[in-house]
Design a protein around this ligand. Structure first.
Ligand code: SF4
Ligand code: MG
Length: 339
């Protein structure tokens, strides 16, 4: 069956005084119905830009979508007018962010804000919207929901605010929820509670989720499949289990070494020598070449590797790395498992 969302070869530039930042260099990702796709990568790798492009929320200028396509449920989102996009956004596709206050208006009551998406997108009475909002607040685990409806965001803790934002994002029963680092700003205990909540709600609402994080442990709690991003590219896409059992890309293999460990670590990306390349005038070959422990020479510097399934791989694992080019297929050592 067709995926619910398909991002194909998406290219986004930021036109800055210093030059053109090639922020997304042909990103391809797909999410099936009722599937959770995790997207992991370091900050600045293009995760949020990918999410914002999908929501039609890129600030343009300076951002410019210069190529590619985003198909949602058979519709090309990049061809829609603002009006058409507004019908989908906040209704069928909703988004939650790292900072709940970026979604909440401090001068409006919680009730008013949680009801809003229903009143905007559905033909419902004020009364029915109120009732549904109370139910939603209860289903995100907030006690005393009737009273909460009359409170202002200031009166709530960070964890409670994020629950309110989740209630707002789900009140229209979206088909796709985009969650961009939804627990990063919260302390560890609250983070775990919000992850449990999202895991439950994902089942209850039978929705697909695009879950963005820099934290593999967090992603592995909820994701069915994962896309690994590096410097504006997706370098590997596979199911969650494959990521730990047989990662292929040298960058993914480093990530997989940092298998979910201790609670309380906030940044579990392992240390990799070197730095991410400048995305103004980026290297023409593989963008990981400057840091790659398995660098194989000129081809890495000159030819951009494409995201594809190597011929000896079964299933739909895809990787963008010259180690798996057909002519190198028989070369030992084909890496198996984390290093
Ligand atoms: Fe490393 Fe070359 Fe593969 Fe890039 S293409 S990840 S530099 S081996
Ligand atoms: Mg980000």
């Amino acid at each position: 069956t067709e995926p619910l969302l398909s991002i194909d070869d998406l290219q986004v530039h930021f036109n800055t005084e210093g030059g053109t930042v090639e922020a997304l260099d042909g990103v391809s990702l797909s999410i099936g119905h009722d599937e959770v796709l995790g997207v992991i990568g370091e900050s600045g790798c293009g995760k949020s830009v990918t999410a914002l492009s999908t929501m039609g929320l890129l600030q343009s200028p300076p951002a410019e979508i210069v190529g590619g396509s985003i198909t949602y449920d058979g519709t090309e989102l990049l061809d829609l007018s603002d009006e058409e996009l507004n019908e989908i956004r906040g209704d069928e596709i909703t988004m939650i962010y790292q900072d709940p206050m970026s979604s909440l208006n401090p001068v409006l009551t919680i009730g008013r804000q949680v009801k809003e998406p229903l009143l905007a997108h559905r033909d419902v009475s004020e009364e029915a919207a109120h009732e549904r909002a109370v139910e939603m607040l209860e289903s995100v685990g907030l006690a005393d929901a009737e009273r909460l409806m009359t409170e202002y965001p200031d009166a709530l803790s960070g964890g409670m605010r994020q629950r309110v934002v989740i209630a707002m994002a789900l009140i229209t029963e979206p088909k796709l929820l985009i969650a961009d680092e939804p627990t990063t700003a919260l302390d560890v205990t609250i983070q775990a509670q919000i992850m449990d909540l999202l895991t439950d709600l994902r089942e209850e609402f039978e929705m697909s989720v695009l879950f963005i994080s820099h934290d593999l442990a967090v992603i592995s709690e909820i994701a069915d499949r994962i896309g690994v991003m590096y410097a504006g590219n997706v370098v590997e896409q596979c199911d969650m289990r494959t990521l730990f059992e047989s990662p292929l890309h040298p960058y993914t293999r480093k990530l997989a070494e940092s298998i979910p460990s201790l609670e309380g670590e906030t940044d579990r990306l392992p240390t990799i020598e070197g730095t991410v390349p400048e995305l103004i005038d980026p290297p023409s070959g593989c963008r990981f070449a400057g840091r790659c422990p398995q660098y194989i020479g000129e081809v890495c510097d000159t030819v951009e590797p494409e995201l594809e399934t190597p011929s000896r791989v079964e299933g739909d694992q895809k990787v963008a790395c010259h180690l798996y080019d057909e002519e190198r297929e028989e070369d030992p050592p084909w890496p198996v498992g984390p290093t």
